[in-house]
Write a protein that binds this ligand. Structure first.
Ligand SMILES: Cc1cc2nc3c(=O)[nH]c(=O)nc-3n(C[C@H](O)[C@H](O)[C@H](O)COP(=O)(O)O)c2cc1C
Length: 203
């Protein structure tokens, strides 16, 4: 762990977890280093083997690479705050949920399943030394229409992919965020047994 930001972002763990999970965080400063094709292939392969309700696999991922149309469309749809930093990433992508099953009925599990696929993709990327930053702050309608995403496909989130860059390239406000420690609720706030709200006894 040579990068200072990596050190600052390393979590204050209550219990040991897998190093790949512990070292994942969402940067805003990326380097120019391109992402290898093989690593992108492994990311989407990891997503492919995600469990899903009825094995419907209700997800799609659409990738843009710096300079191409998809990348520019995603960038243009970002809120101002995100436009300050996303352009440092060599790859930008969309996580898209398929909202209906094969009979045209609403799949109530699509968001849950897409989220899991995204998590698997992220873990694989992290284990390959890549960093992912998921993004909700963009104009979903604008992206859908500019990229002709068919109805029944819902653009849920965007994300950046790449290698860690020098935080100094960031706007001063973002630099502060990039070098601030990460925080989480304590386990007792969300892990229960006995009755709802009661801290699990195994903690
Ligand atoms: C669905 C989703 C939407 C997010 N939207 C944004 C966003 O619009 N802009 C941003 O800078 N970060 C965004 N984030 C990143 C979160 O702020 C970040 O994951 C959270 O603060 C925890 O930090 P960590 O990922 O470094 O642990 C988003 C994350 C998720 C999962």
């Amino acid at each position: 762990m040579e990068n200072t930001a990596d050190q600052i972002k390393y979590p204050d763990l209550t219990h040991e977890i897998h190093p790949v999970l512990a070292s994942r965080w969402s940067p805003r400063a990326y380097s120019d280093q391109p992402v290898e094709k093989e690593k992108l292939q492994r990311m989407v392969e990891a997503a492919r083997w995600t469990p899903s309700s009825r094995n419907l696999q209700p997800w799609c991922f659409m990738f843009g690479f710096k300079g191409d149309t998809v990348y520019n469309v995603i960038f243009d749809s970002m809120v101002e705050f995100n436009q300050l930093w996303v352009k440092t990433a060599p790859v930008m992508a969309l996580a898209i949920g398929i909202t209906q099953d094969e009979n045209g009925r609403v799949n109530s599990s699509y968001l849950y399943d897409l989220g899991q696929a995204m998590a698997m993709l992220t873990v694989q990327a992290s284990s390959d030394g890549l960093y992912i930053h998921q993004i909700g702050g963009f104009d979903h309608e604008r992206v859908s229409s500019a990229l002709a995403i068919p109805a029944a496909n819902s653009v849920v989130s965007a994300f950046t992919v790449g290698y860690l860059g020098n935080p100094e390239i960031l706007h001063p406000n973002l630099l502060k965020l990039e070098l601030s420690p990460r925080s989480r609720k304590p386990l007792a706030a969300f892990v229960f047994d006995g009755h709802f709200g009661s801290k699990a006894s195994f903690l």
